[in-house]
Each structure stands twice: as structure tokens, then as C-alpha cells.
Design a protein around this ligand. Structure first.
Ligand SMILES: Cc1cc2nc3c(=O)[nH]c(=O)nc-3n(C[C@H](O)[C@H](O)[C@H](O)COP(=O)(O)O)c2cc1C
Length: 327
């Protein structure tokens, strides 16, 4: 009898567990999401500024742009830059945004219209600027082709999840180099809502690993540990409720490839955790409440010889198909 009903109980529990997780994630979005668009909050304002000036950047990059577009964003951006300026909370994004706005109002089709002149006057009141070029730049095919690998197969197929490492701790500067490379990852409206926590301290590492279910017996032997998180404050629209997972996942994969390109081994560890575990974990570690944990990454130097899982991949026929209009 028990054997008959057990599968149903297990399945029911899974659905209940999943729903509980959805509720937890929803509540986190309600509590920490950027939906209030509180522009006095420096983080929410920064993400808004990035989103808006990136829209203008795109407008500057089109070969054929709609010459009437961009004005609503331009005046909103102007208001936000004024808030940053007056609050003395100017970030590199305010500086970039100011320059993009200057370029936008200086477009031949915009330069002489009244809205431009008004913004130009307001821009003069901002007491910050940046010498670096922002907005758009020329990219030749030769520039683009610098990314073409001699053997892409060698690069991609030599990455494995390594679960044994040399004892040597990877220097923070090398870790930071990999992170810097990974920061080139694309993100929604270029919001880059990432925060990467790093430790090589055994006590801290073990505290993280205690709450992760998939790192035994190798986890504690990894010299470095990274925690990939994304900031819920960066996401405003309700329809963006999954965006932090997507952007965080993209960054995580870029980081694994960046580490690989520098000769560093890594193993991703899932954070598919029950809400109660996530909450307990946060009590012990200095993770901002608005940061959602995407995954844990073990990092180290590979041993001279390593035994790795073959991890057979699905065939291309299984995963690749033609998209068609339904008849
Ligand atoms: C999001 C994610 C979570 C993972 N979690 C674990 C984990 O908890 N424990 C583990 O040993 N490996 C984990 N892995 C590694 C996978 O098992 C591994 O990537 C997969 O088997 C493919 O092998 P490869 O990375 O060597 O190509 C994870 C990988 C990803 C991308």
C-alpha cells in the first residue's frame, strides 16, 4: 500500500516545495526589487540611469534612427543626473550618461530644437565630466575578428568541471582579472546587476559549503570560492521577475570561461535551495539582502593530472531544430 502511494506523496511534495520556492522568490522581489523606482536610492537610480542612457546609446548607433525618438528618455535622464549631482552621489555611470546625453542633443537633427537647448542649459549645471569616450565608437571587422579563436574546439572542449585542485591559493588579483573579463558579459539594458563575493578563507568557505548540497567530498579542498549573485534592485518591471537569474547565469558562464582562458579550473555548485536554507545562510554571511544567490563557484589551479567526468553531451540533432510558424 505504502509503495503504491509513495510516488504520489513525493510528487505532491515536489509541487508544494516548488510553490513555496516561488512564493519565497516573489516575496524577495516585493521586498527588494527595484519596482518602486525610488530615485533617491542611489542603486535604483544608477540602474535606471544605465538603462536610459543605454537606450540613447543604441539610438546613436543605428544607421537609420527614428529622428523623433529618445526625447522622453533624454528629459528623464536629465532629471536623474540632477538628483545625483545635487546629492553628491555621482558614479561613473552618471558621467557616461551625461556625455551620451550631450551627444544625443548634438545630433544634427536635434541640435537646433528647443528641447535640446533646454537640456544643454541644464547640463551646464552638472559639475562632473568624464574624459573617456562614451556613447558609440567605430568597430571594424578587424577589431571584431580579434575574438576569433584559432581553435574554438580546443578552447571549449578543454573546459571541464574540476573537483580537485592544487593546494595553492589563487591570488585575488588573478581572480579579479577573470572577473573583469567576465564583466564584458551582456546584460539586460546593460544593467550589470552582478555582485561577486570572493573568499579563500577556510572558515568562510566551509560556512558556504555547509549550506550547499553537492560539494562533498571535494568542496573543502578548493582553495578559492566565489559566490555569484545579482541585485534585485536592478529589476523594475514585474515582467522582469526572472531576469536576475538569466543575467546572473550568463555572468557565471562567462566567468567560468574567463577562468579557463587564464588557466584556472572551476566547478559550479548549484544554489537550488529551499527558502529556509537560503535564509539561514544569509544569517551567517555578509551577503546584501537584495542580492540573489545564483550559484557557488569553486576555483583553483588544476593539478598536473586530473581525472574528470566525461559528461557526454546530447547530440546536436536532439537540441537543434528549425523554428516554424504553426499551421
Ligand atoms: C548551475 C550548475 C550547478 C552545478 N552544480 C553542481 C554541484 O552542485 N555539484 C557538482 O559536483 N557539480 C555541479 N555542476 C557541474 C556539472 O555537474 C557539470 O557542469 C556537468 O556535469 C558538465 O560537466 P563539465 O562541466 O565537466 O563539462 C553544476 C553545474 C552548473 C552549470
Amino acid at each position: 500500500m505504502w509503495n503504491l502511494i509513495r510516488p504520489y506523496i513525493r510528487r505532491g511534495y515536489r509541487v508544494y516545495d516548488g510553490l513555496f520556492g516561488f512564493i519565497y522568490d516573489s516575496l524577495r522581489f516585493v521586498r527588494f526589487g527595484g519596482w518602486p523606482e525610488d530615485m533617491t536610492d542611489p542603486d535604483q537610480r544608477m540602474y535606471n540611469i544605465i538603462m536610459i542612457y543605454h537606450g540613447l546609446e543604441k539610438s546613436l548607433s543605428y544607421k537609420q534612427r527614428n529622428i523623433t525618438s529618445g526625447w522622453r528618455q533624454a528629459s528623464l535622464l536629465m532629471q536623474l543626473l540632477k538628483i545625483s549631482n545635487d546629492a553628491g552621489q555621482v558614479t561613473c555611470h552618471d558621467k557616461a550618461a551625461k556625455q551620451v546625453l550631450e551627444k544625443f542633443i548634438s545630433l544634427p537633427e536635434n541640435v537646433d530644437i528647443e528641447k535640446s537647448l533646454k537640456i544643454k542649459l541644464q547640463l551646464k549645471e552638472l559639475n562632473f565630466f568624464d574624459e573617456a569616450n562614451h556613447g558609440v565608437k567605430e568597430l571594424t571587422v578587424a577589431d571584431f575578428r580579434k575574438g576569433v579563436l584559432e581553435s574554438p574546439e580546443d578552447f571549449f572542449c578543454s573546459r571541464y568541471s574540476l573537483r580537485e585542485f592544487k593546494e595553492e591559493v589563487v591570488s585575488e588579483s588573478l581572480i579579479m582579472r577573470a572577473v573583469k573579463l567576465a564583466l564584458k558579459t551582456p546584460s539586460v539594458c546593460n544593467r550589470q546587476a552582478w555582485c561577486i563575493y570572493h573568499t579563500s578563507d577556510s572558515e568562510v568557505k566551509n560556512m558556504v559549503l555547509k549550506y550547499q548540497t553537492g560539494n562533498r567530498p571535494f568542496g573543502e579542498r578548493a582553495p578559492n570560492l566565489l559566490l555569484i549573485t545579482t541585485d534585485l534592485k536592478a529589476f523594475f518591471a514585474g515582467s522582469e521577475h526572472y531576469q536576475h537569474w538569466i543575467d546572473g547565469g550568463l555572468l557565471a558562464m562567462s566567468l567560468m570561461y574567463a577562468l579557463h582562458s587564464l588557466g584556472l579550473a572551476s566547478c559550479a555548485l548549484n544554489w537550488s535551495q529551499k527558502p529556509v536554507v537560503d535564509m539561514k545562510f544569509r544569517k551567517h554571511l555578509s551577503i546584501k539582502p537584495n542580492h540573489t544567490v545564483i550559484l557557488v563557484l569553486l576555483v583553483g589551479f588544476p593539478d598536473e593530472n586530473n581525472k574528470v567526468c566525461v559528461s557526454l553531451r546530447r547530440s546536436i540533432e536532439e537540441v537543434f531544430t528549425t523554428l516554424e510558424i504553426k499551421s
